[in-house]
Ligand binder design. Structure first.
Ligand code: ATR
Length: 272
């Protein structure tokens, strides 16, 4: 039987993951299937267990189930542990499940490998303190950056996150107003403001030659945050399509032990 993989989420019909993994499998000559599963808000855990019980070899988990997947697994990678969320599931030999989180690794790989961003010595600002922010902080703090600031509209949430990650690197937190007068080399948008066409209301704080990165993506047009970045004079404005493909590649590598090429897949998605 061909090895079976899937992505589970709710909604799921928009997911690009089947297309991405089909391209990886073609390129690396791996025989596998990868399907979409509409997650049931009540029965998510049972659906996952049934998938693996029926011989499934791996699963990606997307919104709104990443935290529930974290609770479900018997074993977690250190990155998944601190992310508080799991986006990749692997079966354990004893029948249990291992949870990984490849979102932050995918973000860092996109910036480094595809855009040649150097983190060493840089001041990085993360906007937002929800699940998306928490998922990227661990890998960001391992890059050798000089300082990481978490700013959130609700400052208490940023404080709590910074406290949680304090042992992992140079991290601090503040509200949006306190950013006035600060300067950052890279500003990442991990808020959900873009979903309603908005951008976080922050004072100008991008360094000359600084970059902005939106975790959200839009294949058709620049996201609101990318447009905001361009208006701020950002040297590069990048959306999260590359991160999406890189996090998928990391999952593929964990499952198959083979690293697929990502650039042709990013380019094909952008063109389509
Ligand atoms: P996710 O898991 O996608 O991160 P979340 O946990 O609901 O989603 O968090 C959404 C984040 O986007 C929060 O940091 C939220 O700020 P608050 O904590 O103050 O609610 C942020 N956010 C959403 N809309 C925003 C907006 N219009 N401006 C600024 N921040 C916004």
């Amino acid at each position: 039987m061909t090895d079976r993989y899937a992505v589970i989420g709710h909604p799921i019909e928009h997911s690009l993951s089947p297309r991405i993994h089909a391209a990886f499998a073609r390129e690396t000559g791996q025989a596998l299937t990868y399907e979409r599963i509409l997650g049931d808000l009540e029965q998510f855990e049972e659906q996952v267990r049934a998938f693996f019980h029926q011989g499934g070899r791996g699963m990606n988990v997307t919104l709104p189930f990443k935290e529930r997947a974290w609770d479900l697994v018997q074993e977690r990678s250190p990155v998944a542990e601190s992310a508080g969320a799991v986006n990749t599931l692997l079966p354990l030999p004893d029948g249990g499940l291992r949870g990984e989180n490849t979102d932050g690794i995918g973000l860092v790989r996109d910036l480094r490998e595809n855009h040649h961003f150097t983190f060493t010595g840089k001041q990085v600002l993360v906007l937002g303190a929800g699940g998306a922010a928490r998922g990227i902080l661990g890998p960001l703090l391992e890059t050798g950056l000089d300082g990481l600031t978490i700013a959130n509209r609700t400052v208490e949430k940023a404080l709590a996150l910074a406290e949680y990650f304090a042992a992992q690197g140079p991290v601090r937190s503040c509200g949006f107003e306190a950013l006035a007068g600060e300067r950052f080399d890279l500003i990442l948008n991990a808020t959900s403001a873009g979903l309603s066409g908005k951008v976080p209301q922050i004072p100008p704080c991008l360094n000359a030659g600084g970059w902005i990165y939106d975790l959200f993506y839009d294949c058709q047009e620049p996201t609101p945050f990318c447009r905001w970045g361009a208006a701020q004079g950002a040297a590069e404005t990048i959306d999260g399509l590359g991160m999406l493909v890189e996090q998928a590649a990391e999952s593929f590598f964990l499952w198959r032990g083979v690293r697929p090429s990502t650039r042709p897949v990013i380019a094909a998605l952008r063109d389509s």
